[in-house]
Design a protein around this ligand. Structure first.
Ligand code: HEC
Length: 128
């Protein structure tokens, strides 16, 4: 009977679940690993956006505590040249050097900076 072949397969269900967990790790907790990784990768950004994500130069925006989704889409917009106004050319060059994973890590780092629910908030001690 052909219906039998389409029966619920617990192994398929299990591997789907495992894949889902791998791809979407529980995000309620602060991901220190990603934060630290993002911090390393963000060193080059700190020249303009400040060591703590608060820029010291007027034309450079603050990134501290910005929404992760907004950071990611901004960086992609610089890559694809969707954002061209003002000083965007500076950012286009920066964004071009980033992989999708870099963008996710760096955006995570800036979004968590100054976030009260994390113990990572005031990380002024950025080691070289
Ligand atoms: C040379 C200085 C400089 C460096 C280095 C730099 N940025 Fe920027 N960044 C700017 C300027 C200027 C803008 C505003 C550009 C515009 O007008 O769109 C900006 C804008 C942004 C924005 C959009 C902010 C908003 O509120 O819309 C993001 C996100 C961003 N930068 C992330 C980064 C990241 C991540 C790095 C490191 C990989 C980085 N920047 C490195 C100068 C810099």
């Amino acid at each position: 009977m052909s219906l039998n072949k389409r029966r619920f397969n617990p192994m398929t269900a299990l591997s789907t679940l495992v894949m889902t967990l791998v791809m979407f790790p529980v995000s309620a907790e602060v991901n220190k690993e990603q934060f630290e990784l993002g911090k390393q990768k963000a060193k080059v950004c700190m020249t303009c956006h400040g060591i703590d994500g608060i820029s010291t130069q007027d034309p450079y925006p603050n990134l501290r505590g910005q929404k992760v989704g907004y950071l990611i889409s901004s960086l992609k917009d610089y890559q694809t040249r969707e954002r061209t106004s003002g000083l965007a050319i500076l950012m286009q060059q920066q964004a071009d050097t980033l992989s999708d994973q870099d963008i996710r890590d760096i955006s995570y780092f800036y979004s968590m900076l100054g976030n009260d629910s994390s113990s990572l908030g005031d990380s002024n001690e950025v080691s070289d």
